[in-house]
Ligand binder design. Structure first.
Ligand SMILES: [Cu+2]
Length: 151
């Protein structure tokens, strides 16, 4: 019985260790919008390094009235944004939020957000875990080069 109890404790603590950083966020940025814009968009790469799927069910920030998860889809040459109730990242998979695809729609900013500003977003997962990330405001993605010159 004592051994069994030890194994249970070990299993619980192991679960906590696994959750240490199962989801890595990188390349996050918010696209600078014209002054007085009522919506901004946040993009990032979400890397699920765990062997379980991870589901983002809500995103919050003290800098916005509301945040929705959207997917931009093209239909008959028109671009539509569909609200997503949740964002599922499959085990060992990466999900890229980028212009023209998945993004976080940041609605009604409470302050002026120009390049160089930073916003804190809280990603809330279905398993009640939370991830707080700092997201810089930029004119374009880091890997988007203005122009390439080949000689
Ligand atoms: Cu949107």
């Amino acid at each position: 019985m004592r051994l069994l109890k030890f194994l249970v404790v070990l299993a619980i603590s192991f679960t906590q260790i696994v959750w240490a950083e199962p989801v890595q966020i990188s390349g996050q940025w918010i696209r600078e919008a014209p002054p007085n814009a009522q919506v901004l968009a946040a993009f990032m790469l979400i890397d699920n390094q765990s062997s379980e799927s991870q589901t983002i069910v809500k995103v919050t920030s003290s800098d916005f009235e509301a945040i929705e998860i959207h997917q931009t889809v093209e239909h008959d040459g028109m671009m539509y944004m569909h609200k997503q109730e949740q964002l599922v990242i499959n085990p060992k998979q990466k999900l890229i939020l980028k212009p023209g695809s998945y993004h976080m729609m940041l609605m009604q900013p409470k302050r002026q957000l120009t390049t160089g500003e930073e916003v804190e977003l809280t990603l809330k997962f279905a398993n009640k875990e939370e991830l707080v990330i700092k997201v810089p405001v930029r004119k374009s993605a880091i890997n988007e080069k203005p122009s390439q010159h080949h000689h």
